[in-house]
Write a protein that binds this ligand. Structure first.
Ligand code: PLP
Length: 396
């Protein structure tokens, strides 16, 4: 027997919480753990633009034959348009190549596998704090994960000096993981001056930026949120992007994202792309079609694109409203601690500063589920559950 030697894996800190939430019989339970958008009625709806694109596909799709290793070509071009805009030098110089991949996770994994298989780079720097799965993904691909300073708990803001100090230790060829926008878990992003400094640092030290871009459109807008990426791409010769449409198209279970590589010239980009394809071929052969066809259909049709942007704006604005209401309701419930920093953060998440014991009490005594680190998914708050959440926080 060999399987009896296998030890039990620890539950995933985020998805494990969802399992516990589902098993909780309390009617007024609230899940603020996983990063899933909920509308005002607490549902995660299919976007209208997505439904319309699906109807169109149902009528026009003629085959379920395999896609190429790199997926839907029109989709990959549309991804580049969203990432860089149409007039970026990276586009006119044809220095970017894109392969469709399964979600942001699959895209990050393919980027990391590509680097390990084809370069001497073995180290990736991630922010302290970061999305919990980054460590798993990079270590599974064979990278060593190091941390750079990022979050200052006292000021609830970025500690940019600490970031720069840590990165003094980084070596040429190291990967530098950067959250394109809506930093997970803190909700605090670099400003444009800080992006400039980071771009220059990458040039000076020969670091390879790896953008994790999972929330485009959830910060300030589709174009605005790409500013950091576009600025860095205009300065550095090489970079990688792993983007996801799970959140901004609500296509969570379609597993749709992409890995994009930018090289110093078109020829190098094409050569590197052959290795990305080879990595994909030995991982899952070729991607599923449905999510990519939906995104390509929406982005390729002016009316559907407009509708999608309106729906994305609604999601973004609802979360921003919940941030303000959360801070206000906490204060009405008698919480004296200042939580006003929460309204200044971007995206789905806020880093609340609640400690492990408080998080445990919220779950056990009040059925309010948040991640052990104190990260709260603001996207799970509604006018209806706000009092329950804030009363529970006031109690702990
Ligand atoms: N990157 C970050 C920062 C995330 O928060 C997430 C999802 O929560 C992902 C990547 C993964 O996205 P996907 O579900 O598309 O794999």
């Amino acid at each position: 027997m060999i399987f009896n030697q296998v030890v039990l894996a620890p539950a995933d800190p985020i998805l494990g919480l969802t399992d516990a939430f589902k098993a909780d019989p309390r009617a007024d339970k609230v899940n603020l753990g996983v990063g899933i958008y909920k509308d005002e009625s607490g549902q995660t709806p299919i976007l209208k633009s997505v439904k319309l694109a699906e109807q169109k596909l149902l009528e026009t799709e003629t085959s379920k034959s395999y896609l190429g290793i790199d997926g839907v070509i029109a989709y990959n071009q549309a991804v580049q348009g969203l990432l860089f805009g149409t007039d970026h030098a990276v586009m006119s110089e044809k220095r970017a190549v894109t392969a469709q991949a399964p979600g942001g996770t699959g895209s990050l994994r393919m980027a990391a596998e590509f680097v390990v298989r084809n370069t001497a780079s073995r180290t990736v720097w991630v922010s302290n704090l970061t999305w919990a799965n980054h460590n798993n993904i990079f270590q599974s691909a064979g990278l060593t994960v190091k941390q750079y300073g990022y979050y200052d708990a006292a000021s609830h803001d970025i500690d940019f000096d600490a970031m720069l100090t840590s990165l003094e230790q980084a070596n040429s060829g190291d990967l530098l993981l950067l959250h394109g926008c809506c930093h997970n878990p803190t909700g605090i992003d670099l400003n444009i001056c800080q992006w400039e400094v980071i771009a220059q640092l990458c040039v000076d030290k020969g670091l390879i930026p790896l953008f994790d871009f999972a929330y485009q459109g959830f910060g300030a807008g589709v174009e605005e949120d790409a500013q950091g990426l576009r600025l860095v791409a205009s300065k550095v010769p090489e970079l990688l992007v792993a983007n996801s449409f799970s959140k901004n198209f609500g296509l969570y279970n379609e597993r749709i994202g992409a890995v994009t590589l930018v090289a110093e010239d078109e020829e190098t980009a094409k050569r590197a792309f052959s290795q990305i394809k080879s990595t994909i071929r030995s991982s899952y052969s070729n991607p599923p079609a449905h999510g990519a066809l939906i995104v390509a259909t929406i982005l390729g049709d002016a009316e559907l694109r407009k509708l999608w942007e309106e729906e994305l704006t609604q999601m973004r604005e609802r979360i921003a409203e919940m941030r303000v209401l959360f801070v206000k309701t906490l204060s009405e419930q008698g919480v004296e601690q200042d939580f006003s920093f929460i309204s200044a953060q971007n995206g789905m998440f806020s880093f609340s500063g609640l400690n492990k014991d408080q998080v445990a009490r919220l779950k056990e005594e009040f059925g309010v589920y948040i991640v052990g680190s104190g990260r709260i998914s603001v996207a799970g708050m509604t006018r209806a559950n706000m009092d329950t959440i804030c009363r529970a926080i006031a109690q702990v």
